[in-house]
Design a protein. Structure first.
Length: 466
């Protein structure tokens, strides 16, 4: 059973790792045989089918609790809220695990089913069959921004309001109450306002709290009206892959492969719903911490409320109980080891990198295709507005919150991650050539330089500059 992709060990497979190699019968990548293994696969599929509803329930509960007004509660009551919300976050987050292995398992089976007709191309075809699968929880924010940009172009005054001060979201309130764009933007925030561009950063504000990121991406799209609709491009790639499978496999083999593809797509959607739900379940605790921060700032103990995320949670609770006066809080904040969370480590060595042509940076091909275009180095989501439509996005890494940025890219290459990293998932959903785990890439290329990204072979080659 060591090679069974549904075992607990396989379900714990990290997204930073590359896909396992295809093996002999009884190893990963082989179709399930026997009733026991079939039941496990069907259980994975059933969980993936129910998972979006589970995520929606958790998100609704978390967003409702995050909206509670805590300004009138006592310090002890606020401490109790921190305790309760901390436990709830742990429980809710724990209930969101267990769907990662489903996509891996169905992908391995799908590749095996495609192998008779496509051989070494089976992985690339499987990736194309997963395009446009994440729906509202994944690529939809990036696609919906394109819809908002079209609405802005059709409504006088919106483009001017954005161009006057794209960093001030409330400038849009100058638009009349009947503004179609304003209404659509509010609907967008209702659905995706709990997202953040960097879910690993406790300081990161949600899109509703700080819509600047969204408005900057809108400004770029307004300046490039000919930018391709990413939803249409992804659906076209999926449609081409469907036709290719029907033509090359034919008969029952094609039907079996497409049945597997639907389960693969459902598992991908479940993983993206999980990311969206995880962004929401952190908000109740975050709201209680911010209220604590406002109180500490009012006492002159810290500079501003957001600094509270750099203090250990235990110390915040001690202050609320009256066991710590907080006078040395500023001194604590100066210690580099203090904090509730650390930032991500971008320079991970990723297995699966291949030998690259001379002058190319090797990595893991995570989405097929080859593109040659000018590149834009984006080290942080706040810098994402520099990426113009069709350019190659080069970054240390990317989260699903980068969807509005990746939606404009012509290809994607990141220094960390593997076949199941967020950058890889977004690239496949948008049907963009992509390479992950290309260590040293940002040092090898310069901003604006023409590069070639080969997502099939897994390398990125900067062109020589004259």
């Amino acid at each position: 059973m060591a090679g069974d992709p549904t075992t607990p060990r396989a379900r714990a497979w990290l997204p930073e790792h590359a896909l396992p190699a295809r093996g002999r019968p009884g190893q990963a990548g082989v179709l399930p045989r026997g009733a026991a293994r079939a039941r496990r696969f069907l259980a994975l599929d059933a969980r993936a089918a129910r998972f979006p509803q589970h995520c929606e329930r958790l998100m609704a509960q978390a967003l409702r609790e995050a909206g509670d007004d805590l300004s009138g509660v006592t310090g002890l009551q606020l401490r109790e809220q921190l305790e309760v919300r901390s436990r709830q976050q742990a429980l809710r987050s724990g209930s969101l695990w267990g769907v990662e292995g489903a996509a891996l398992a169905w992908s391995a089976c799908l590749e095996r089913a495609l192998a008779p007709a496509f051989a070494e191309r089976s992985r690339a075809v499987a990736a194309q069959l997963g395009a446009a699968a994440l729906q509202a929880a994944g690529i939809e924010p990036g696609c919906r921004l394109h819809d908002l940009a079209r609405a802005a172009r059709n409504e006088p005054g919106v483009a001017q309001a954005l161009s006057e001060d794209s960093t001030e979201p409330f400038s849009l309130t100058r638009l009349p109450d009947g503004s179609s764009f304003r209404a659509h933007f509010e609907v967008f925030l209702d659905e995706f306002g709990h997202w953040t561009s960097d879910p690993k950063d406790p300081h990161a504000r949600t899109w509703r709290e700080e819509p600047r990121f969204l408005l900057e991406q809108l400004s770029v799209l307004l300046g490039h009206p000919s930018a391709e609709d990413p939803r249409a491009a992804a659906l076209a790639a999926y449609t081409r892959a469907l036709a290719l499978v029907r033509r090359e496999l034919g008969g029952w083999r094609a039907g079996w492969a497409l049945w597997l593809a639907e389960r693969f797509r459902r598992a991908l959607a479940a993983r993206a719903h999980r990311a969206s739900a995880l962004a929401a379940v952190r908000l109740p605790l975050r709201a209680a911490l911010l209220e604590s921060g406002r109180r500490m700032a009012a006492h002159g103990l810290i500079e501003e409320a957001g600094v509270i995320f750099d203090l250990p949670l235990a110390d915040v609770k001690r202050w609320l109980r009256g066991e710590w006066d907080g006078r040395d809080a500023r001194e604590l904040l100066e210690r580099p080891e203090v904090g509730m969370a650390s930032g991500p480590s971008w320079n991970q060595q990723v297995p699966g990198a291949v030998a690259a042509p001379p002058g190319a940076v090797p990595g893991v091909g995570v989405s097929p295709g080859r593109v040659t275009a000018p590149c834009r180095i984006v080290r942080d989501a706040s810098d994402g507005a520099r990426l113009l439509p069709g350019e190659v996005l080069l970054a240390p890494a990317a989260s699903l919150g980068w969807s509005p940025i990746v939606a404009r890219a012509g290809a994607v290459a990141v220094e960390s991650g593997g076949a199941w990293s967020s950058a890889a998932l977004l690239a496949r959903e948008f049907a963009l050539p992509a390479v992950a785990g290309a260590a040293g890439l940002l040092a090898a290329a310069t901003d604006g330089q023409t590069v070639t990204v080969d997502g099939t072979q897994g390398w990125v080659r900067p062109q020589a500059q004259e």
